[in-house]
Design a protein around this ligand. Sequence first.
Ligand code: GCU
Length: 410
Amino acid sequence: MKALLTLLLTLGADPLPEPAKLPALADWPDPLTALDGTKITTPEAWKTKRRPEIARLFDHYMYGAMPKAHGPIVAKVRHESKTSAMWVRELDVAVGPDAPVVRLLVVLPPPGRAPKAVFVGPNFNGNHVVLPDPGIAITKAWVYPDRMNSKNNQATEEGRGKGLAQWNAPMIVEKGYGLATFYGGEVDPDRGEERGGLQPWLRARESHSPDRWGTIALYAWAMSRMADALAQDPATAKAPPLAVGHSRMGKTALLAAAMDERFAMSFPLQAGCGGTAPSRGKIGESVKQINDRFPHWFNSRFKEFNERPEKLPFDQHHLVSLAAPRPVLFANAVEDSWANPAGQFEVLRAADPVYRLLGAGGCDAREMPALGALTAGTLGYWIRPGKHEMKTDDWRVFLEFADRHLPGAR
Ligand code: GCU
């Protein structure tokens, strides 16, 4: 109680206190108690008071504030192919004048069959792995070593189509959805040593300091810019964007949906620490481990919680709450204990009161479901046998969840 009182007093201050001055909260903080101690009891108070406050805390203490939206967004079709089953387009997207191009691969049902919604998310290895289509560009950006036929940190022709079983684009369009994906490394190469991609362009336009955006926030920002590009394209303008991603890109997908209300649903897959798992969790990756191995993912202040995650004035259920009232699905694999599947279920449970307050349903399951059973409710949970990877089984359940929750769905 005393700790809570100190939290409320210190956080009521502007600017926000140094991490060391925050009180330790062993119990997860309540998303429905505002910094000044007010209990949030109406949707209005949530929207106008508490939601912006929580977004500010995540910016300040963890992900770092995202860049501004620059624009105008210019998207040019650089490749297009059509079959009776699928319409493939790759767009060169510039997020502002003279910005380096990020390529957005957009896979849609054939023209004339409007997509019900479009899954948007960053990929790990380049757009060319998603489909064996020879017209899709091979990224020139730095890529992870020895993945999908990369050589010397460069993507190669041999990798083309190698990610078909991860992305499942044919199944997605067959079910009436679209997929829009870009290579994260074109936005920001995922390595600690050197910043590239859009970073130099952004930093020439607005000041960056270590307490501002890390790579995860920048990827999430890029998801919003890709949603801008899709919104101005007649082929996708009417289709709601759905945020999707695996692992570090799953952390990204949840953050994007939390901060940008256009994402109508989110599908963070095996996202774990720094995304869907509790920072106060005792299973799997810790705040210290993630910050030590991936110092560029979060901002400088987050590192100050390495030894004391219980000083965080939020936990990851607050991030889910920012996505309310929109549906969120946490998907996991049993062997992936690094991502703390059980802790993730508790995160959903702890976000439930915010969804209920907004009259948006919530996490109907009281206990973790059996393997392979998708739970009912706006906050869905699913866990399958197997390990840390994205595969067809995951997409089957994403599509089932999307079908259940799209407006006007059965
Ligand atoms: C590492 C990291 C995780 C991350 C994962 C991934 O395992 O510790 O936090 O989710 O990489 O992105 O594949």
